[in-house]
Design a protein around this ligand. Sequence first.
Ligand SMILES: [Zn+2]
Length: 205
Amino acid sequence: MNRTRCPWCGKLIDKEADSAEYRKKYFYLHMKISFGRHYGICSHCGKIYNDVPRSALICLIAWFAYFGFLMILPIAMYSAIIVLPLLVIISSKPSHFKRIDDNLSGVVKHEEKLRAKANICKQYYDILPNEILLLSKDHDAHEPFSRVSPISVSKLDEKAGILEGYWLYDNCDNAYFASLDRVHLYDDEGNVVADITFKEKIQNG
Ligand SMILES: [Zn+2]
């Protein structure tokens, strides 16, 4: 699960600094909408990201349903001591960082044309859904969007040896890497996580 890299440019983020920058720019909005969430403005590319808890909506519904239930059956009040903190814990479970548009109106999905599918030739470490893996070991040493795009993993079928995900952005180097027989995927520490071969060649760039 990606909580270390910007979901737009894929560079390593500084959560505290990015969050402070967000609060500075969107002070009033921040007071209204950011309760329990991490919002940040990437110091590399200037784009906004957050980690809206995945289960927030479910917990909100459960919360209201529970209070409705309380009105009918007062004895349920006793179990509130256990249930309510549990709901808070579940609802505050952080999710991976998602892209937020400049108007803060919602999550920006990956572009379909940047979908990537690859065969895993060899896997050295675990790969988690929503992880951002690099194709270039020195990705962080370069300007944002200037090098081959990292891959955001959306699905992993270890049995079939297939990895699906999205290129974070268009770059002319993407097509070159997609055409290679074997490509390394790196994690944040520069370890090779897996060797893959892209199934679809691309014409972007
Ligand atoms: Zn960024």
